[in-house]
Design a protein around this ligand. Structure first.
Ligand code: IMP
Length: 197
């Protein structure tokens, strides 16, 4: 059976690392999105942006494409930074510093990571969608060196660890992205068989 190409529609190195690990061994030939292909995230929900990215990358490359749109929602900030998580500052440390500043003097530090995943056919039509959520708390200062983005300030009480202190496998088993992709794996295996014929 031929392996069908699946373009991973992200330019974020941290996300890419996780998605490649989660999608390995499913029978797809994973390739990266061409660097010059940038999709503007004009949607106001994670799902809308994931669909936009998957559709446009599929259409532009003529291949199946998978996209993730994700972010951090903080209860005391009314769900901010939300879909603006990547645009909340210029670097990861600036984004973390801004969140910590905005939460200064806040007693409620509850938050969640959300991840929407969409898979598009080569004609741009959305074939599969899913969403994963992981609840946690925002610490007062960063802890740990692993992961990416807001991981050092996102603490999961059940594990007594931040995302940045977890092994990749532990993060996968409880994270928003791990859950969103896990939910798609049975359908992805079926799609791979259909598309490879
Ligand atoms: P976007 O989906 O490209 O709009 O970017 C999502 C942004 O949310 C990333 O740039 C990170 O700042 C943040 N983010 C999403 N998932 C994670 C995660 O697993 N850990 C830490 N930060 C994340």
């Amino acid at each position: 059976m031929t392996m069908t190409r699946l373009v991973v529609a992200t330019g974020n190195a941290g996300k890419l690392r996780e998605m490649q690990a989660y999608l390995a061994d499913l029978g797809w030939e994973l390739t990266l999105k061409p660097e010059e292909l940038e999709v503007e995230e004009t949607g106001d929900t994670f799902a809308a942006n994931a669909c936009l990215k998957a559709s446009q990358v599929a259409l532009a490359t003529g291949n199946w494409a998978i996209a993730d749109d994700s972010g951090l929602q903080i209860d005391a900030l009314g769900g901010a930074p939300g879909v603006y998580s990547a645009r909340y500052g210029k670097t990861d440390s600036e984004r973390i510093a801004r969140v910590l500043r905005e939460l200064d003097n806040q007693t409620s530090r509850q938050a969640q990571f959300v991840c929407a995943v969409a898979i598009a056919r080569p004609d741009g039509a959305i074939a599969l969608q899913s969403e994963g959520v992981c609840r946690g708390e925002i610490l007062e200062s960063p802890r740990g060196n692993g992961g990416f983005g807001y991981d050092p300030i996102f603490y999961v009480p059940e594990k007594k660890l931040t995302f940045a202190e977890m092994t990749p496998d532990l993060k996968r088993s409880i994270s928003h992205r791990g859950k969103a992709i896990e939910a798609l794996i049975p359908q992805l295996a079926i799609l791979q068989q259909i598309s490879g014929k």
